[in-house]
Design a protein around this ligand. Sequence first.
Ligand SMILES: *Cc1c(COP(=O)(O)O)cnc(C)c1O
Length: 396
Amino acid sequence: MTITPLMPVYPRCGVRPVRGEGAYLFGEDGQQYLDFASGIAVNALGHAHPHLTKAIADQAATLMHVSNLYGSPQGEHLAQRLVDNSFADTVFFTNSGAEAVECAIKTARRYHFANGNPERHTLITFDTAFHGRTLGAISATNQAKMRDGFEPLLPGFAYAKFNDLEGALALIDDNTAGFLVEPIQGEGGIRQASPEFLQGLRKACDEHGLLLVLDEVQCGYGRTGKFFAHELYGITPDIMSVAKGIGGGFPLGACLATEEAAKGMVAGTHGSTYGGNPLAMAAGEAILDVILEDGFLDHVAAMGDRLRQGLEQMIPNHDHLFDSVRGTGLMLGLKLKSDSRAFVAFARDHHNLLLVSAGENVIRILPPLVIDESHIAECIDKLSTAARVYVPAADD
Ligand SMILES: *Cc1c(COP(=O)(O)O)cnc(C)c1O
């Protein structure tokens, strides 16, 4: 047998973390890494944050899981806090981002069904989008690398170009349910929706009775310096998926919706065995305690500005390699003039700096939201040292 016990679907690198502390990870071999990947925008409070670990430990010792057969004081409390701090009137808790997207898709379809328009089942989505790896979520992207070999996929999606408002509006027909879009594409390469684009989609939804479904799994939950990224655009969605940062490393996601948009989601229409169990809710509460603390989001915005400044100042010194900075808050991207994967591997293997590669040869820089200026200085130092000695492969 040559297949590994762990199904070999990931090209895993040589870093083998066994412990974390704040913005640092420690490998099996004792190496220390500056973690500006944060488990891909998940470890919002860094590693081993005392408030989060205590909340999880205390809850595990009290009540971990009971199923959704019973009343949930824990779920009601966290849902209420989310409702109080967002556009939403109601929340469904999941265990992952893809499940949050699934719930969002089902909620959108069910809305039109409840209105007597079951033919309005098609969500318009966008190129280089990433919505997760379930069959529904890969059907919602037109990226071949995620779809190949998994057909037949789910009907009910149409694909437009990201940031092309006219192109998206041209796809609206009698079957359209709405739009599913990331305000800032993460995997796609830290591509930000333009204000005209996102505001235009909102306006079209209002005019045509469609639903605006936002996927804020990566850009939401404080990452941009706002609680949710759509706040940067002065619009609100009808339905929204969130995950990643919401549990700070505990598997948790959520689908948020307005009362109107969720009108079809009545008893029996959806469910999850684990979703919203007391342990997950304790993790979610602990994260919210910190993120909604006075001044926390301002800290994220300030650190984001500092990091961006540092990156921008560094670019002219290494302009054979670095092109430009994109993104908002602590969801930043550094566009390279050569293969971003190769440089991410180099910075990791030779300078103990953890970053994430994304589309368009962009390096994603996604530090924990709790970093301070010393971490930023360390990151810039590692990046520029790496850039000074790095030689891109000839065929890049
Ligand atoms: C990561 C991600 C997902 C999928 O989340 P999983 O927890 O891996 O299922 C969905 N949408 C976006 C925008 C993401 O970044």
